[in-house]
Design a protein around this ligand. Structure first.
Ligand code: URA
Ligand code: SF4
Length: 244
């Protein structure tokens, strides 16, 4: 890395979870989600969509809920909204394999209706566990339901393109929470599309800000529960290059 390169330090000081343990823990959640019947959304789904991505990533994208294509394939953001999200990632030089992508509800609401409060609540433990395992530096919320999960009371029209420190009560630890419009909204409006590209451009700087914050106040490991292996320092080469 040349001058201006970013140090490969994701701020996981004291991290006692190995990559293998993290991968297995995420897969255990996914296995539970696939057979979950905790809410009525189980009735209409073809496939639950637990989420997917790099287990050592620093960045977690959280959408609303699976659409038709996602329901059919069991994977998040693989339809038209997904294509736009991938376009946003590409403008940063990022690929979907390098981040983690999930949703507030893991099963498709019938006809793509809004997820209901009791459904969001029923599904929340899965998101909470994903956060706990990933300990992301940055949570990127996509759309207003995801925003509301991490920034209650905020208005998307006011907070898109901005970030705040996570409230630890949300389970996001010492992450920063960055908010975008929902990618599907960009498909319906050129203005939202333009704004989304603009907003996404601020993501790498927020990631750097989060790393700096974590370095200044390293998280104290709460429980060395997942094993006492050597600390891991996740490195995401293209994320570092994004700002170089
Ligand atoms: N919209 C979402 O909110 N999530 C998906 O996974 C796909 C479309
Ligand atoms: Fe379970 Fe969540 Fe699917 Fe409801 S939406 S059935 S809580 S996985």
């Amino acid at each position: 890395m040349g001058p201006g390169a970013i140090p490969a330090d994701a701020g996981r000081g004291g991290d006692s979870v190995t990559p293998e343990e993290r991968r297995a823990a995420l897969e255990a959640i996914a296995a539970e989600v696939r057979v979950c019947r905790r809410c009525r959304l189980a009735e209409g789904r073809t496939n639950a969509v637990p989420g997917e991505g790099h287990p050592e990533t620093e960045v977690l994208f959280v959408g609303e809920g699976p659409g038709e294509t996602e329901d059919r394939q069991g994977r998040p953001f693989v339809g038209r909204a997904g294509q736009f999200l991938m376009r946003l990632l590409a403008t940063l030089g990022w690929r979907r394999e390098e981040v983690y992508i999930t949703n507030v509800v893991k099963c498709r609401p019938p006809g793509n209706r809004d997820p209901q409060p009791d459904e969001i609540e029923a599904c929340d433990p899965y998101l909470r566990r994903q956060l706990e395992i990933l300990q992301p530096a940055l949570v990127v919320t996509l759309g207003r339901f995801s925003m509301a999960r991490f920034r209650p009371g905020a208005r998307i029209s006011q907070v898109h393109g901005t970030h705040v420190p996570a409230d630890p009560a949300t389970g996001a630890g010492d992450a920063l929470v960055y908010s975008l419009y929902h990618p599907a909204a960009a498909l319906r409006s050129l203005e939202v599309e333009r704004q989304s590209l603009d907003d996404a451009a601020g993501i790498p700087a927020a990631l750097l800000g989060s790393r700096a914050r974590r370095d200044a106040a390293p998280a104290t490991p709460e429980e060395p529960s997942l094993g006492a292996a050597a600390p891991t320092t996740p490195t995401m080469p293209s994320l570092f290059q994004a700002e170089a």
